[in-house]
Design a protein around this ligand. Structure first.
Ligand SMILES: [Zn+2]
Length: 96
């Protein structure tokens, strides 16, 4: 079984940052778009795991990688908030 360690970090970054973007839609489409956006900007780190074993300890080499993931996730959340693919309209600047 092949796992990309970065995926877990990106998912964790999403969960941590999502509350800071109240205008972010957060539906399944937007969630995946945010994850994909960040994943496409961070080099993958693949590990092989034996059947049944779970990667509990995820090590990225440097604290820097974690920061890069958070920055990429923030960018993604911002971009998708502006133009969500699911069609949710951005917050109107003026109340109707
Ligand atoms: Zn959405």
């Amino acid at each position: 079984m092949i796992n990309n360690l970065v995926e877990q970090h990106v998912a964790a970054a999403y969960d941590a940052m999502r509350p800071h973007f109240p205008d972010f839609c957060g539906c399944e489409i937007c969630r995946e778009d945010a994850l994909v956006y960040a994943l496409n900007r961070i080099p993958a780190r693949y590990v092989a795991t034996n059947t049944g074993s779970v990667v509990t300890e995820v090590n990225l080499e440097k604290e820097q990688s974690r920061a890069a993931i958070e920055v990429a996730m923030m960018d993604g959340l911002r971009k998708i908030t502006m133009a969500p693919r699911c069609g949710k309209r951005p917050q109107p600047s003026m109340p109707a």
